[in-house]
Design a protein around this ligand. Structure first.
Ligand SMILES: Nc1ncnc2c1ncn2[C@@H]1O[C@H](COP(=O)(O)OP(=O)(O)O)[C@@H](O)[C@H]1O
Ligand SMILES: [Mg+2]
Length: 422
């Protein structure tokens, strides 16, 4: 079983010291000043431990003063070295330090000591001949406070790869959105303007939110979602809340700001007069976004045709990108991951994927659950076969309506022609 990683508690001091003592004198192991460790932890210094059962098999501990932090202890039980434990503990510790307002983390280790790989894996760069490892955190403390205040998060770079299929959409977003923002110098040398505002549209469940997050992950910028419901909750009107939020977020060095269900706040003024102020505020904010490089506003909607045409005009949204229903390879990937834990004897996943055009990942889950329930009932009645079958799946698929019906697909195709701008 993999060790559990959690914060270092005062009650861990005893067992932690035991591990430090056990490892004393081992090769590749930096000696730890145990008295100092006990002192630091007793006075609340941040740390993280790894537990195998109730035994501590890893410790990382730091001391933080203002912007700076020093990692004092990186200790891993010899049986658990070279398995990613150090990186996992450091990841959690860095997160704690970031929230304490730390910007620079240093660690003193000599080369080839336990913990070195973990530091390198976490992006620490050795300085002074592989002795002092340093890492500058991506966000200043003031930025982290703003990100926290709006419930923002730093997302993993791996998110992008977890978006399966959708080759065309990925290509557009990687080439037209991520690349110019990640490398503005090259982009501007050839006259490519990095986008400041992007609208994603398409039927529900097709991955718009997922793409918005994946963009932030790829850029390494914090992702902040502004919820229309939250913007309304303050004392002021929605438009003044929106202005305050945008101004706060523009103070960040970098940010991907996401507004979902964008039609709710930017629906045509005639149709929904109550949104007029918000639409106006938003239109005023867009130039501010444009003049603050390092910021990307991503909005998403299932109903692009409902959006005020003034908002959609070029010069407001740089790119209007359609996100279509999952293609065959996306559906194949969804079916594969859904069925992965099961006995798949005699199941032709490709055939099922072909049968499920218009299925969103949610539909795949629903159909798979229905098939599973049928198999479960059969097995409980004592009948064979004792696993999920092709027939279970096909029957379930026949009963499950695709979210993206022919009608929605046709409407989407028409909207692509009318609104897409990439
Ligand atoms: N291409 C994809 N690859 C993997 N998962 C996807 C993909 N598209 C959608 N999903 C999953 O489907 C669900 C709905 O996607 P979401 O991004 O919320 O859709 P939307 O915002 O367009 O309604 C999420 O759980 C998401 O992880
Ligand atoms: Mg969404």
């Amino acid at each position: 079983m993999l060790p559990i990683i959690r914060d270092l508690l005062l009650s861990d001091i005893g067992p932690a010291v035991r591990l430090l003592e056990e490892c004393r004198g081992l090769p590749d192991t930096k000696p730890v000043d145990v008295a100092q460790f006990v002192n630091d932890v007793s006075s609340g210094a941040p740390g993280v431990v790894a537990l195998e059962g109730d035994r501590i098999v890893g410790i990382v501990q730091a001391r933080a003063v203002g912007d700076d932090a020093w990692i004092n202890v990186v200790m891993i039980d010899p049986n658990w070295r070279r398995q990613g434990l150090g990186s996992a503990m450091l990841h959690r510790l860095e997160d704690k330090l970031l929230h304490l307002g730390v910007r620079k983390i240093s660690a003193l280790l000599s080369s080839a000591q336990a913990g070195e790989t973990a530091l390198l894996n976490r992006g620490f760069a050795p300085t002074h001949g592989l002795v002092l490892y340093e890492k500058l955190e991506p966000l200043a403390p003031i930025s982290m406070r703003i990100v926290d205040q709006y419930g923002g998060e730093l997302l993993s770079e791996k998110l992008w790869d977890s978006v399966s299929g959708m080759r065309e959409e990925k290509q557009i977003i990687a080439g037209r959105v991520v690349a110019p923002l990640a490398d503005p110098e090259t982009a501007s040398r050839v006259g490519v303007k990095a986008p400041a505002t992007v609208l994603l549209f398409g039927p529900p469940g097709t991955g718009k939110t997922t793409f918005a997050k994946a963009i932030a992950g790829r850029l390494g910028w914090p992702f902040i979602e502004l919820l229309p419901s939250k913007l309304e909750s303050g004392d002021g009107s929605m438009s003044s809340e929106l202005r305050t939020a945008m101004n706060d977020l523009l103070q960040l060095d970098h940010a991907v700001v996401f507004i979902d269900e964008f039609d709710e706040i930017a629906s045509a003024r005639e149709r929904n007069p109550s949104t007029k102020g918000v639409v106006n505020e938003l239109l005023k904010m867009i130039p501010a976004f444009r003049s603050a490089p390092g910021h990307l506003l991503v909005c998403a909607t299932n109903f692009v045709a409902d959006i005020d045409s003034a908002v959609l005009r070029p010069g407001r949204f740089d790119l209007v990108i359609p996100i279509g229903p999952p293609d065959l390879s996306a559906r194949l990937a969804h079916w594969q991951s859904t069925l992965a834990p099961l006995d798949q004897r005699g199941i032709d996943i490709e055939k099922i994927a072909k049968m499920t055009e218009g299925y969103t990942p949610g539909d795949v889950d629903l159909a798979a659950q229905r098939a599973a329930a049928a198999a479960f009932d059969r097995i409980r009645e004592g009948k064979e076969p004792l696993h999920i079958t092709s027939e279970d799946l096909e029957t379930a698929v026949a009963r499950t309506r695709p979210s993206v019906t022919a009608e929605i697909r046709d409407r989407f195709a028409e909207e692509v022609g009318r609104f897409a701008r990439v």
